[in-house]
Design a protein around this ligand. Structure first.
Ligand SMILES: Cc1cc2nc3c(=O)[nH]c(=O)nc-3n(C[C@H](O)[C@H](O)[C@H](O)COP(=O)(O)OP(=O)(O)OC[C@H]3O[C@@H](n4cnc5c(N)ncnc54)[C@H](O)[C@@H]3O)c2cc1C
Ligand code: FES
Length: 257
């Protein structure tokens, strides 16, 4: 059930100059969170960042009453969120949205690009719990932009592509040799990242005749279905990503077909 809850900033782990993990802790209990769900965070002391900002829930710990988020600095909100003092109070609405569907998955391929890696720790944990073999394919511009691969390697084999070839195979995720017929051995794809990447991934999934789910990162304002600024075009008309997503079957999304 959705909660509005105060947390304090426990600390940061900076991954490079503009990517960080923020850990929050609360005095109240943490509810169960499904893989793919997100939170709307109110940026404290920022009168110029009026709207809450949406972030996938990277991880959570019920015993420690903590939540963590992976954040890429984009503009004012993500910069200010990265510069709070430890102990500062922060208000979070969560868990929001639907989740990935892991039922009837035999071998999973998780494809993440850019900040689209964030929902995949919780997904990997759920797949592991269900004894589903998982492979990761992470796409980035350069070696310096590949994050969390050490964490993903605890759950399965990790492959990387970089545009400049500084890590893994050179090129885009969809050019990786995993997609060659003799290498492709998956029956479900989960993806999150830039729209062109998800579009290319969904095309491949269709070619290979495997189901594919994508977690969308459309811009959001209210986060609860009132402003309609997050809509995406589906086979059944426009749907709010904040309430009916963020995870969709790619065959259901009109713009991905
Ligand atoms: C469901 C969901 C989950 C998300 N999860 C994560 C996550 O785990 N980690 C993470 O780093 N980011 C995530 N994002 C994106 C994140 O919400 C935005 O980067 C953030 O809101 C930008 O806020 P800002 O104030 O820094 O930038 P702003 O000042 O609001 O915007 C700066 C520039 O970035 C553009 N922009 C803003 N938001 C987005 C967006 N959602 N997509 C594309 N361009 C945008 C604006 O058009 C503007 O040009 C998620 C978004 C959604 C909808
Ligand atoms: S963000 Fe307002 S309707 Fe989705």
């Amino acid at each position: 059930m959705k909660k509005v809850q105060d947390f304090i900033v426990k600390g940061y782990k900076w991954l490079n100059d503009d990517n960080y993990i923020i850990e929050l802790q609360s005095q109240e209990k943490i509810p169960d969170i499904l893989p793919g769900q997100f939170a709307e965070i109110k940026i404290p002391n920022a009168s110029d960042v009026f709207l809450r900002r949406p972030f996938s829930i990277l991880d959570y710990n019920k015993n420690e009453r903590s939540l963590s988020f992976y954040v890429k600095v984009i503009g004012k909100g993500t910069r200010k969120l990265g510069n709070l003092a430890a102990g500062e109070s922060i208000n979070v609405i969560y868990p929001l949205g639907n989740s990935f569907n892991i039922k009837q998955t035999g071998r999973a391929l998780i494809i993440g690009g850019g900040s689209g890696i964030a929902p995949f720790i919780l997904l990997a944990r759920a797949l592991q719990k269900s004894k589903i073999e998982t492979t990761f394919l992470i796409g980035a511009k350069t070696k310096q932009d590949v994050f969390l691969s050490d964490v993903f390697s605890l759950f399965g084999k990790v492959y990387v592509t970089t545009e400049d070839g500084s890590a893994g195979e050179k090129g885009l995720v969809t050019q990786h040799s995993l997609f060659k017929n003799e290498m492709f051995n998956f029956d479900k794809i989960f993806t999150c990242g830039p729209d062109p990447m998800m579009k290319a991934v969904s095309c491949i999934a269709r070619e290979k005749k495997v189901p594919c789910e994508a977690s969308l990162e459309n811009m959001m304002a209210c986060g609860f279905g009132a402003c309609l600024c997050c809509v995406t075009e589906t086979k059944d008309g426009n749907k709010c990503v904040c309430t009916e997503g963020p995870v969709f079957d790619t065959n259901y999304l009109q713009w991905l077909i």
